[in-house]
Design a protein around this ligand. Structure first.
Ligand code: WT7
Length: 653
C-alpha cells in the first residue's frame, strides 16, 4: 500500500470524516433525508413544485407526457429563460447584485450586476433583431470565456433563437460542421482570445470555416485582442457597433415550455457529432433545482464553476442554473497556470469564492503542482467543493478535500452528461455521507439502475450498464435532425422506456453508484468527450495515412490518453517527424484536445477474418498488458510486431 492509499484508508475507516458536519447540515437548504422518499412517491409533483419557483407567463397543464422514448414537460406552459435569469431578479429589487465577476487572462477585470447584464443582453438582442434574427433561427457562438459569451446566449434565449455554442478550442473544420448541421444564420465570435499568454485566432478560424457555410448571413465580432481583421462587406459587423445605439430594453419572447433553447454538439460513436437538443421549461427547472440543492446556494454565496461555457457544464452551471437562482458567479478567461500555478487560488481569494466546481483532471494537475500553490492564498471562504466530467480517483478526492477545502468542505462528485442536461447522480451536501470516488445516489426524483446484458439489475459489487428508468425534466428531447439516431443510440438496448447512458457502473452494499467510464467508443480525455472514430477519420484524412485505429489508454493526468495505431501508405516511413505532423493534423481537423498522445506505426492492424479491427488487442498493447486471445486473427504475424512496440505506446508522449 502506498502512503497516499494508507492515508485514504485511514480517513475512510473514520467514517465520520465524510459525514456532513453539524455546522454544514444546520445551514443547508436540504438537510432532511426524507426528500428522497417524498420525491420517489410522486416525482411529477416534486418537479412541479420546483418548476413553480420559476416565473411563467402562462401556467402549464399536464406536468409530463411520456410517450416513450419521447417526453414533454410542463405542457402548454409559457416562459422565457432570459426573463427568468435576469428580469425577474431585477424586478424583485435584486438588480444591484453582481451576476458575474469576470477576470481576463492578462489581468483585466469586470463585474456585471444583474441590471447591467440585463441591459447588455437587451442591447445585443435588439442588435440581432436588426440583423434579421427571429424566433426559431439558429445562432452559432464561437467565443472564449468573456462576458459577451453568456450575454450572447441570453440574448438568443430572449429572442427564442436557439444557440449552438462551439467551444473556442475547436478548429475551423469542427466549427464549420456544427454551423452547417444547425444551419445557423448568424455567427457571434471574437477577434481572438487569450490562452496561456497566446492569442487564440478565433476570427481567423471563423473566416476559414465560413468559406463553406452558406447559411451564415452575418458575423458579429467582439473586439478582445485587437489588431486588423479582414471584414466582408455586408456580412461582418463589430459587436460594439451593433449594440452601441440599441435600446437597453427588449421584450422577452414568450416561449413554449417545449420550444428549443439550444443545440450543443457532442461526440458519439460515429464521426458525426450529435446535436443534443435542449428545450425550455423542463431544462430550466432541472438546472435551477439541482444547482440550488446540490451547491446549497445561499444569497451571499460566491460560486465558481471553473469549466468552459463551450461544454454543457458551463451552459447549465455557469449560465442557466446559477442565473436562474440569482447567484453571484466567477468567470475566468484563461489557463490555470498563467502566469503561475496559483492563478485560480488568487482569483478565489480575491472574490471570496465560497463554492468551487471543477474537473478531476484539473484537480490532478493541482496535485502534481503541489499544495504550496493553494497555500499561498487564503481559501477560508470556501465551504463546498464539486467535481464533474470523469470518475474521480479517491486520492484526488481526498487531496481536493484536504488542500483546497481545508478538511471542512463537503465534496460533491456529480455525474451527468450533455444529454441529461443537469446533474442526476450526486451527493446532497447536507444529507449524504460521502465516499471518495463515488457519485453516491440519484438525485431525488431520479431512478437509476445498473443492468446486465439481459436487462436484469446487477447485484451489489457487480459491474454493468448504467440506465435511467424514468424521465427527468432537463433531459434532451432528440438529436437535431436525427430522431432515428436518438432512438437507436439511447433507447434500443433495453427498450424505449430505459435510457442507456453509455457508462459502466456498479453499486455497493449501501446502494451507492460507482461510475466506471464509457462502455462505447467514446473516450473521456481531460473530461472532454472525443470519439475514437472522429480521431481515426482525422488521421486517414492525412495523405500519408492508409489506415488508423484509435484506442484509449488509462492515464494518470487526463484520465484517458489517446493512442493511435497508424498504417502508412507504401513508400512512407513512420518516424517522429511524421508522428508530429499527424498530431498537428488532428489538431487542425478537430482541435488540440483531440491530438493523439501516442502514435504507433505498424505495417497492418490486427483484424478478424471478416476484416474487423480487433480493438481489444490494441487496447492491450496501449495499456502494456499481456495480449488476450489472438486465435480469431486473420493476420497473426502482426501481433508479434505490435507486441514489440508495446513500450513505445507510453514513451511516445
Ligand atoms: C460523460 C459525459 C457532465 C458534464 C461534463 C461531461 C463522464 C461525467 C462524471 C462523474 C464519472 C463522469 C461520463 C459521462 N462523467 N461526470 N462525476 N463521474 N464519470 O459531459 O461531455 O457529455 O460527458 O462524462 O462518462 O457519460 P459530457
Amino acid at each position: 500500500m502506498t502512503d497516499s492509499e494508507a492515508t485514504i484508508d485511514a480517513l475512510l475507516s473514520e467514517g465520520r470524516v465524510f459525514e456532513p458536519s453539524e455546522a454544514f447540515r444546520r445551514q443547508a437548504l436540504w438537510s432532511d433525508p426524507s426528500i428522497y422518499e417524498r420525491a420517489a412517491s410522486d416525482p411529477e409533483a416534486f418537479w412541479a413544485r420546483e418548476a413553480g419557483r420559476l416565473s411563467w407567463f402562462e401556467p402549464w397543464g399536464d406536468v409530463l407526457r411520456w410517450d416513450p422514448p419521447w417526453v414533454k414537460w410542463f405542457l402548454g406552459g409559457k416562459l422565457n429563460v432570459a426573463h427568468n435569469c435576469l428580469d425577474r431578479h431585477v424586478e424583485a429589487g435584486g438588480g444591484d447584485k453582481v451576476a458575474f465577476h469576470w477576470e481576463g487572462e492578462p489581468g483585466d477585470r469586470r463585474s456585471l450586476t444583474y441590471r447591467e447584464l440585463l441591459e447588455e443582453v437587451c442591447r445585443l438582442a435588439n442588435g440581432m433583431k436588426s440583423l434579421g434574427v427571429r424566433k426559431g433561427d439558429r445562432v452559432a457562438i464561437y467565443l472564449g470565456m468573456i462576458p459577451e459569451l453568456p450575454v450572447a446566449m441570453l440574448a438568443c434565449a430572449r429572442l427564442g433563437a436557439p444557440h449552438s455554442v462551439v467551444f473556442g478550442g475547436f478548429s475551423a473544420e469542427a466549427l464549420r460542421d456544427r454551423i452547417n448541421d444547425a444551419e445557423a444564420k448568424v455567427l457571434i465570435t471574437a477577434d481572438g482570445g487569450y490562452r496561456r499568454g497566446q492569442e487564440v485566432p478565433l476570427k481567423r478560424n471563423a473566416d476559414e470555416a465560413l468559406r463553406g457555410c452558406p447559411s451564415i448571413e452575418h458575423v458579429v465580432t467582439v473586439r478582445r485582442t485587437g489588431g486588423d481583421h479582414p471584414f466582408v462587406e455586408g456580412r461582418d459587423v463589430w459587436y460594439a457597433d451593433l449594440v452601441g445605439d440599441q435600446p437597453a430594453e427588449c421584450p422577452a419572447e414568450p416561449m413554449d415550455s417545449e420550444d428549443m433553447l439550444y443545440i450543443l454538439y457532442t461526440s458519439g460513436t460515429t464521426g458525426k457529432p450529435k446535436g443534443i437538443v435542449h428545450t425550455t421549461g423542463g431544462y430550466l427547472t432541472g438546472c435551477s433545482t439541482t444547482h440550488r440543492a446540490i451547491f446549497d446556494i445561499h444569497d451571499d454565496d460566491v460560486y465558481w464553476c471553473a469549466a468552459d461555457i463551450g461544454w454543457v457544464t458551463g451552459h447549465s452551471y455557469i449560465v442557466y442554473g446559477p442565473l436562474a437562482n440569482h447567484t453571484t458567479g466567477i468567470i475566468y478567461e484563461g489557463a490555470p497556470d498563467w502566469p503561475d500555478k496559483d492563478r485560480l487560488w488568487s482569483i478565489a481569494e480575491r472574490y471570496g469564492a465560497t463554492i468551487l466546481y471543477t474537473a478531476p483532471t484539473a484537480i490532478r494537475s493541482f496535485m502534481r503542482w503541489g499544495e504550496e500553490y493553494p497555500q499561498k492564498h487564503d481559501l477560508s471562504s470556501l465551504r463546498l467543493l464539486g467535481s464533474v466530467g470523469e470518475p474521480i480517483n479517491p486520492e484526488a478526492w481526498v487531496w481536493y478535500w484536504k488542500h483546497i477545502g481545508g478538511e471542512r468542505c463537503p465534496v460533491v462528485d456529480t455525474w451527468w452528461q450533455t444529454e441529461t442536461g443537469h446533474i442526476l447522480i450526486t451527493p446532497l451536501p447536507g444529507i449524504t455521507r460521502l465516499k471518495p470516488g463515488s457519485a453516491t445516489r440519484p438525485f431525488p426524483g431520479i431512478e437509476a439502475e445498473v443492468y446486465d446484458e439481459q436487462g436484469r439489475p446487477v447485484p451489489p459489487g457487480g459491474g454493468g450498464y448504467l440506465v435511467l428508468k424514468r424521465p427527468w425534466p432537463g433531459q434532451f428531447r432528440t438529436i437535431y435532425k436525427d430522431p432515428e439516431r436518438y432512438v437507436e443510440t439511447y433507447f434500443s438496448r433495453y427498450g424505449k422506456e430505459t435510457y442507456l447512458a453509455g457508462d459502466g457502473a456498479k453499486r455497493d452494499e449501501d446502494g451507492y453508484f460507482w461510475l466506471l467510464g464509457r462502455i462505447d467508443d467514446v473516450m473521456n480525455v481531460a473530461g472532454h468527450r472525443i470519439s475514437t472514430y472522429e480521431v481515426e477519420s482525422a488521421l486517414v484524412d492525412n495523405e500519408r495515412v492508409a489506415e488508423a485505429a484509435v484506442v484509449a489508454r488509462s492515464d494518470e493526468r487526463v484520465g484517458q490518453a489517446i493512442v493511435a495505431f497508424v498504417t502508412l501508405k507504401s513508400g512512407q516511413t513512420g518516424d517522429r517527424v511524421v508522428a508530429g505532423e499527424l498530431r498537428e493534423h488532428v489538431a487542425k481537423v478537430i482541435g488540440k484536445i483531440a491530438r493523439p498522445h501516442g502514435i504507433i506505426f505498424t505495417d497492418d492492424l490486427p483484424k478478424t477474418r471478416s476484416g474487423k479491427i480487433m480493438r481489444r488487442l490494441l487496447r492491450d498493447v496501449a495499456e502494456g498488458r499481456a495480449l488476450g486471445d489472438v486465435t480469431t486473427l486473420a493476420n497473426e504475424e502482426i501481433v508479434e510486431q505490435i507486441r514489440g512496440m508495446s513500450t513505445e505506446a507510453s514513451s511516445q508522449e
